[in-house]
Structure formats: C-alpha cells, structure tokens
Design a protein. Structure first.
Length: 74
C-alpha cells in the first residue's frame, strides 16, 4: 500500500508543469532556469528535456513526445 501512495506522488510531481524563471541568450550556448535548475539544450530536468530556446521562450519535450512551450514573464 505504501508503494501505491509513493507511486501516485511521483506521478503527480511529473505531471505538474515546470516553472521557467529565466533564459540567457546571446554569445555562447543559451540556457534556461527551469524549476530552479540551470538547464542547457538537450538536458533533462524533472522529466522534460530542453529542446529549444528562442527569444525568451523554451520548448520542452516530455517523455511521451509531447512538447510544452513556456515563456518568461515580462
């Protein structure tokens, strides 16, 4: 029974949308701050992979292949 509860909690944390705090673009490789972690292109954080960074917007690919687009609030 405990493993079922743990499994449900793990699924819940993976289904929450990641939070984009910032993006750094310009000279060099771009990176984003997602869920408080610095992430480069192709890196994974909390079940999503950073696929693209363009003009303050990131595209994240989930394990199921779906794409989530997030933008920095201005």
């Amino acid at each position: 029974m405990i493993s079922d509860t743990h499994h449900a909690a793990a699924q819940h944390s993976q289904t929450q949308n990641p939070v984009l705090s910032g993006v750094v673009e310009g000279l060099g490789e771009p990176y984003a701050v997602i869920d408080g972690m610095i992430v480069g292109l192709g890196e994974e954080v909390n079940g999503v992979t950073l696929a693209e960074i363009t003009n303050g917007t990131v595209k994240l690919r989930r394990a199921d292949g779906s794409v989530l687009t997030l933008s920095v609030r201005r």
